[in-house]
Design a protein around this ligand. Structure first.
Ligand SMILES: C[S@@+](CC[C@H](N)C(=O)[O-])C[C@H]1O[C@@H](n2cnc3c(N)ncnc32)[C@H](O)[C@@H]1O
Length: 357
């Protein structure tokens, strides 16, 4: 098969279709234990959970056992482990990115944390039809907000009405915007959306890397999750800088969730078996390794890079697998592992270890 855009390329392995688990990575030669297989440095979107924002570096995800980091930028709401990381973050985000995070921080600050802490896995996932209906419900309000924002282009907004491309910006438009801002805020969902939108804005040519990834038709955990995304859409329409507006669409946000659902990696503490969960991110090149409950590849995060090494000697033709389970989850029984994988990743594990037992 042709190499999908963004897929890892190496003399040690190639990507092939499998009968039941989509595409996977296969050794093209025998590989000694410990061999470095790949380094994925192509972080696209990432979320640093709000509760860790003071302790984890916004650029390299460094963590000092819960101590607050020295360098805090209260305007954008991130902390950094060094001036270099802060400068790199600022450069990578550019003026529009900095403006976007500042707008979000201003909105979130002072509001209570409204992200739901626990996802009740017994609640059903919204169907494709329900997802479409939820986005359709806010289409009219979104149109009004968009128009209100267009009016901002006119520097001298008179108190009555502003003309934007032949349409009058009225009280009704501004009211729609104010109403959206009063809705409950989900800071972590907002971070997810902003991070994805900024990545698409800064690297439009790389969208294909994201689109090539395995996609989830029903990516929302439950109806509350879906509603939080829909509200976040309106919040972002109301506050993001104008150059980003063309990317603030239900299509963009849905595409980001679809790819995130089956591909994001947790960003965890590097010591203590990764017990602290700081957030998550999507590295397309890292997303072609399938899961096994008895993996032959070990993955390790070094800053913003994922390293993959052969955890044992691997024969030519063998599938290269990592584990999608966290430290504690790996010790579970087959049945419980199956449930975790189904709940978090949506698949029935077909790995050799599960098939054997
Ligand atoms: C990160 S992607 C891995 C690459 C993917 N197979 C593809 O074609 O893009 C994760 C998805 O691969 C599939 N997958 C990975 N490991 C699997 C396994 N052990 N059993 C069944 N499906 C698996 C599931 O559909 C899962 O949501």
């Amino acid at each position: 098969m042709a190499v999908p855009p963004g897929a890892p390329v190496s003399p040690l392995f190639s990507i092939r279709e499998t009968p039941h688990a989509g595409r996977a990575v296969f050794a093209t030669t025998s590989i000694p234990e410990g061999t470095l297989l790949y380094r994925a440095d192509d972080l696209t979107l990432s979320v640093l959970l709000r509760e860790y924002r003071r302790e984890v570096c916004g650029q390299c995800f460094a963590y000092e056992y819960g101590r607050d980091l020295q360098i805090r930028d209260k305007i954008v709401g991130f902390a950094f482990c060094s001036p270099q990381c802060r400068d790199m973050w600022t450069e990578e985000h550019g003026p529009v990115g900095v403006q976007a995070w500042a707008a979000v921080e201003k909105l979130v600050k002072g509001r209570s944390k409204e992200d739901s802490e626990l996802v009740d896995s017994r609640l059903p996932r919204p169907t494709k039809k329900e997802i479409k209906a939820a986005w359709d419900t806010v289409a009219a309000q979104a149109g009004l907000i968009r128009m209100a924002r267009q009016g901002e282009r006119d520097a001298n907004v008179p108190s009555g009405a502003t003309s934007t491309e032949g349409v009058q910006v009225t009280k009704q438009h501004r009211k729609a915007l104010q109403k959206a801002l009063l809705q409950p805020i989900s800071p972590d969902i907002m971070s997810f959306c902003v991070s994805g939108i900024l990545w698409l804005y800064q690297k439009p040519g790389e969208k294909a890397r994201l689109l090539a990834l395995a996609s989830d038709e029903t990516p929302y955990h439950n109806n509350d999750d879906l509603q939080a995304f829909v509200r976040t859409y309106l919040h972002l329409l109301a506050v993001l800088p104008l150059p980003l507006m063309p990317l603030v669409t239900p299509e963009t946000l849905f595409t980001l969730s679809q790819r995130d659902s089956h591909n994001s990696f947790g960003i965890r503490s590097l010591e203590d078996d990764g017990s602290e969960f700081f957030g998550y991110g999507c590295w397309p090149a890292a997303s072609y390794f399938n899961h096994s409950c008895g993996p032959n590849v070990e993955k390790r995060r070094e800053g913003r890079i994922w390293e993959f090494r052969a955890g044992q000697a691997i024969d030519q033709g063998e599938e290269l697998n990592i584990t999608y389970l966290s430290g504690e989850e790996r010790k579970l029984s087959r049945g419980k592992r199956m449930l975790v994988l189904k709940k978090n990743w949506g698949f029935d594990c077909a790995c050799a270890r599960c098939e054997e037992t």
